[in-house]
Design a protein around this ligand. Structure first.
Ligand SMILES: Nc1nc2c(ncn2[C@@H]2O[C@H](COP(=O)(O)OP(=O)(O)OP(=O)(O)O)[C@@H](O)[C@H]2O)c(=O)[nH]1
Length: 357
């Protein structure tokens, strides 16, 4: 796993669905976490970049705007990788690439997945859909069904405007049957889905330990937060779930299959796994994209620990799926089994990228 690598999340969605609104929410809702954004827009005036900058207050955010056209067709792989790498080098916790409303998400995702820079890692395709207009937009643009099918997480936004939000959700499910779907107003998704809760807590502690004058933006945010206590808190997410399973040695093939086809509602999975032959690995999955690496530091405690993060995740179903992966101590040793997880390592992935090129 490239645990130290910065996750790069691609945000896509049709024009006006709420991509910039999502970015603004992440920037304002992630506390002291450090987020880098890459935005692009057609045309000379980079409106998206301006929107994002005004929301961030500039504090912990690095933003790069690529205004020379659509990032999926005019910026070459190396240029994008350079931008992402240089952002990652600044100690960020998350990089968000906002594809313009007309961009082809498959091309963007491919570039991030195949990027060789060890400082970055694919963090998933978040597809923002407008619940009020999805059916009509899909009728006019049938190719959108392919975009939805690629999504690792669907943000079904503008629920407040939808006449029939359930029909919109059913339409999403039809085209993205395995992706978790979170219904939102103003794209308020749980930030913990995209940034590890430990990272959020660590950044908050760092901020507390270094008292300094608040920027105006931060002061306003704290003020708004104080006032929000009597009201339903818009940052509380009943849907968000983190399920931790501690268990014994796992069967490598079954674990690989579990990670590549995670339980319903799961957006990310991560943890440490000891497989039947004793190999200890770190594992990480976003949607159906799996990464593994040798365990960097020997741990105490359970032989395998997996954490699943998502929306509307069924705790019992997750436990059952993991328990079904337990290695059978009586089974004859299969030296090939571990390869089913090792093929997701960075080295194996770069080999396959070379073959593909
Ligand atoms: N009522 C309502 N309006 C929303 C919601 N989310 C976003 N909007 C508004 O919808 C408009 C479009 O939102 P953006 O975030 O700019 O959409 P976008 O996907 O970035 O748009 P493009 O950059 O044109 O592709 C803005 O005026 C937002 O304020 C929502 O949940 N409900």
């Amino acid at each position: 796993m490239s645990a130290r690598a910065v996750p790069v999340v691609v945000v896509a969605g049709y024009l006006g669905a709420g991509k910039s609104t999502l970015l603004n929410h992440l920037l304002s809702g992630a506390g002291a976490a450090r987020i880098g954004v890459v935005v692009n827009d057609f045309g000379a005036v980079n409106i998206d970049a301006m929107l994002v900058s005004s929301a961030s207050g500039g504090g912990s955010v690095r933003s790069v705007s690529l205004s020379n056209g659509c990032v999926c067709c005019t910026v070459d792989d190396e240029e994008l990788e350079d931008v992402l790498g240089s952002l990652a080098a600044r100690g960020l916790d998350l990089i968000v690439v906002e594809a313009s409303g007309l961009a082809e998400p498959a091309a963007m995702v491919r570039r991030v997945v195949l990027a060789q820079d060890p400082r970055i890692d694919y963090g998933g395709l978040v597809y923002v859909a407008d619940a009020a207009h999805l059916a009509g937009t899909m009728e006019r643009h049938p190719s959108l069904r392919h975009h939805l099918a690629l999504a690792d997480l669907v943000v079904l936004n503008k629920i407040d405007l939808a006449v029939d939000a359930e029909a919109a959700r059913a339409l999403v499910r039809e085209h993205a049957p395995s992706a978790p779907v979170v219904g939102t107003v103003d794209a308020v998704v749980p930030v913990e889905l995209l940034i590890d809760p430990e990272v959020l807590a660590r950044r908050a502690a760092q901020r507390r330990d270094s008292p300094r004058q608040l920027t105006l933006d931060e002061a306003l945010r704290e003020h708004a937060h104080d006032h929000a206590h009597d009201e339903p808190h818009r940052h509380l997410h009943d849907d968000y779930a983190a399920v931790t399973v501690e268990t014994g040695r796992l069967d490598a093939r079954a674990t690989a299959a579990l990670l590549a086809d995670p339980p319903r509602g799961v957006f990310r999975a991560k943890g440490f796994v000891t497989v039947a032959d004793g190999t200890r690995l770190e594992v990480h999955a976003v949607g159906r994209h799996v990464r593994t690496a040798p365990e960097r530091r020997r741990r105490d405690g359970a032989e395998s620990v997996l954490v699943f993060l998502g929306v509307e995740v069924d705790d019992e179903a997750v436990h059952a799926r993991v328990q079904a992966c337990l290695a059978d101590p009586q089974a004859p040793e299969d030296p090939q089994a571990v390869l089913s997880l090792l093929r997701y390592s960075a080295a194996a992935q770069s080999d396959s990228a070379i073959v593909e090129n």
